[in-house]
Design a protein around this ligand. Sequence first.
Ligand code: AMP
Length: 214
Amino acid sequence: MRLILLAPPGAGKGTQAELIEQKFKVAHISTGDLLREAVKKGTILGLKAKKYMDKGELVSDEIVIGIIKDKIKDSNDFILDGFPRTLEQAKILDRILDEEGKKLDTVIEIQTPDERLVERAVGRLSCKCGEVYHEIYNPPRTEGICDRCGGKLYKREDDTAETMYSRIKTYKMKTMPLIKYYFQKGILRTVNGDQDIEKVFWKIEKNLNKIKKD
Ligand code: AMP
């Protein structure tokens, strides 16, 4: 199965992508994670990307395509988390998939009201293994420690209220046009993200099980 998860920052995209990866055994390809890894390693690409990420702006298509192209080519089943984020990226993705003779099965949009997004991101705790927690809504069993791998949890540098406003604005301007794009292709499914993690996942699962049967 090949799908895209489309959601504003703070909507729980990463958490849902992890759950989908475990349940449906698809590769979880997150451009945000790949970029943060490059920043941490201090690569030239990472240094270039950091300037934009710190301000809540989008990194250039050239950088993003560079880090994601081979991952898409190497995986048969995948979930794309954080890509595409612009119409241009969506068209580039179409070309990569065409070249590979692969087809997208669906695009899941998680709709969440703006006021929730900031509170969720500001309380977010991340782990290098990919697990994501929230100080109030989804705390780890032991404070500051990942339930899954025992790693030390950290706060992402761009999870501040100020950067969040900029990221939400960028999402509305650059990424929301994709909703119409995929709706017109007939592959868009929308899920209400303003509920518990388990309920959101249950809805996504229902949609994906239906696609598997068709
Ligand atoms: P995320 O983890 O998906 O919230 O991404 C964190 C940051 O990485 C974003 O605010 C952007 O600066 C950058 N980023 C991630 N994916 C993309 C993309 N597809 N295009 C451009 N920038 C991206």
